[in-house]
Every structure is written in structure tokens, then in C-alpha cells.
Design a protein around this ligand. Structure first.
Ligand SMILES: [Zn+2]
Length: 153
């Protein structure tokens, strides 16, 4: 079976085009056990493009999210199956609580992600894809621009 539409990306150095899943890979970081860097590796010219870092703490938080999501799904399914029955009310509250825990672990992950990635980018001198995009845009506007000559009134 064919994959449904998959995003294709082009290497910024040699313009080789591949599906995203073939380009994205991870590599270990020097002197940082259990931490690795996720990025795109061009199979043609070998250009590495940084995406983000994954630390053991992030893996831990991902585990919490998965656990909380599974519990929320389990309780939601139970609630749906028993809707209309007296037991449904307490299941509804339990599911609501489980959802709160899930959102909480998602926020925890996001916070640890921001902190650890900022720290590692500083240490290794890497830029986030967002930073690179913003800088490229800033250059475009500086070079291209809309030209002056707007005569008023
Ligand atoms: Zn390339």
C-alpha cells in the first residue's frame, strides 16, 4: 500500500528531494550521554540540518504524556459506553481529571523542551529551524523589499 501524501523536502545545498521520513534521522551528541540530536541528513551530499535535541528528561516527559493520554482515552471510551447510566457521571469527572493531567504533562514537556533545547543550542552553537526561517525572511525583506517611492496625498 502506498503512503498517503507525505511531505517532500529539498536539500538546501544540492536540491535533492526526498520524503521527510527518509531525511529525518538522529545522531548522538558528543560528551552528552543519552542525549541526541534530531535533524535532516541529505542522502546525496551529506548535509546535516539541525532540528531539535532530545534529552533523557524529555523522553521521561514523553512517557508521562503517553501514559496520561492512554488513561484519558480509556476513561473517555468507558464514559461514552455508559452515557445515560448513573455510573456515567463519575466516569465523566474521572475523564475530565485525566484530561487535566494530560494537558499538564504536555505543558511540562513543552517547558522542559524549551529549556533544554535553548541550553544545548547555546552550548553547541546551533540555531532552531524557526530562528533560521526568521533570519531568512529578514534577509529577504532587506534585499527584496517593496521599494520606496510612496508619494503621499
Ligand atoms: Zn544535499
Amino acid at each position: 500500500m502506498n503512503n498517503p501524501v507525505e511531505q517532500t523536502i529539498a536539500c538546501s545545498q544540492c536540491d535533492t528531494k526526498r520524503p521527510l521520513s527518509e531525511m529525518v534521522t538522529q545522531r548522538p551528541l558528543p560528551d552528552t550521554p543519552d542525549t541526541f540530536e534530531v535533524g535532516c541528513l541529505c542522502p546525496n551530499c551529506g548535509l546535516w540540518t539541525h532540528s531539535y535535541y532530545v534529552t533523557p528528561r524529555l523522553v521521561q516527559w514523553q512517557g508521562r504524556i503517553n501514559k496520561a493520554a492512554a488513561e484519558f482515552q480509556r476513561l473517555s471510551a468507558l464514559y461514552k459506553a455508559q452515557r445515560g447510566l448513573p455510573s456515567a457521571t463519575s466516569l465523566f469527572l474521572e475523564a475530565q481529571h485525566a484530561e487535566k493531567l494530560l494537558r499538564g504533562s504536555e505543558r511540562g514537556y513543552a517547558k522542559v523542551f524549551e529549556e533544554s533545547n535553548a541550553e544545548l543550542r547555546k552550548r553547541f552553537g546551533t540555531k532552531s529551524p524557526t530562528q533560521i526561517l526568521q533570519e531568512a525572511k529578514a534577509n529577504e525583506t532587506a534585499v527584496g523589499g517593496e521599494g520606496g517611492g510612496n508619494g503621499g496625498a
